[in-house]
Design a protein around this ligand. Sequence first.
Ligand code: SF4
Length: 336
Amino acid sequence: MGKMYRCRYLAHGLYIHYDCFRHCHLSIHSPSERNNNYIIPYKGPKDKVDWNKVFEIKNTLVKNMRDGDIPAFCKGCHWIEEFDENSDEQFLSDFDNYLDMLWIGHSNECNANCIYCFSFQEIAEHRTVKGYDIFPLFKEILEKKIYNLEKAPQAHVSFAMGEPTILKSFDDIINIFTKYGNKYFALYTNGIKFSKMTAKILERKDVEIKVVISLDAGSGEIFKKVKKVDKFKDVCSNIKKYALAANKANPVDLGVKYIIIPNVNDTKEEIDKWFDLCVKQLEVKYLIADIEEKWFVRQCGEVPEYVKDLLRYIRQRCIDENIAFEFYDRALVLNL
Ligand code: SF4
């Protein structure tokens, strides 16, 4: 029986970039192909979006992928699903013209300067891209049901570029989507600025916000090397406030990450400090481990045993102390 392939994000995802729409914000597995992960140009409200064209492009790629012609920017991505051409589930809704996954990436303003920042290269070169007014776009996709909460009640909004909590419109974005019934958000934040709105949503059981903070250190000294700002104490204090909020509803809605960066934070000693701080002092119940992307790409995915051992060590400590745990992208593909 023949195999077919699909990606739910290729079908229904939209990454709102600062100058264009893309299918997703990933392509971490094929950085040289990132610029081909492209739908149409978009630079703000003055650009009228031709949604027919957006879905025509999506449908063509979805069809090609089903037939085994995987777009180059998708090759190697762990989100590709395989299914049998004769199986009962044919995922025909992949051809329906609606969105159910949004990544908000129209600005890369940030209050840290992490050495691993994976803003796309062109943005990194300009350093700061101030976001345009994104509300007309949100109103349009919600009113016209292009972002369709009826067809996809699990639809998801993710903040995927820069530091979202410093966006002036951060609270308003959460408000407009919750007003239309959106229940799922994801927030990748450095934790330097405390967001009352985030804590408020963390406490709710009817709306979910998955908050991920990359601490990457157990000491102020290593934190400063990674983030290039002296804010370790602020971040720890904010993690604790978010943990207290999450622990009232769903403790694993707050995850704290350790990105292993060779020659910077790659010691058991630092990992132990991070683990003990998160679990014993900050009351975090969910930890995540990953490997720094740029280093990983330079290594062509060849990861030395000692780094794999550190990743296994983090996982084992979580298992031993009954803490929820996950490997993220680079660490995930190692199949440890
Ligand atoms: S397969 Fe991966 S890169 Fe391609 S659209 Fe899906 S998530 Fe993005």
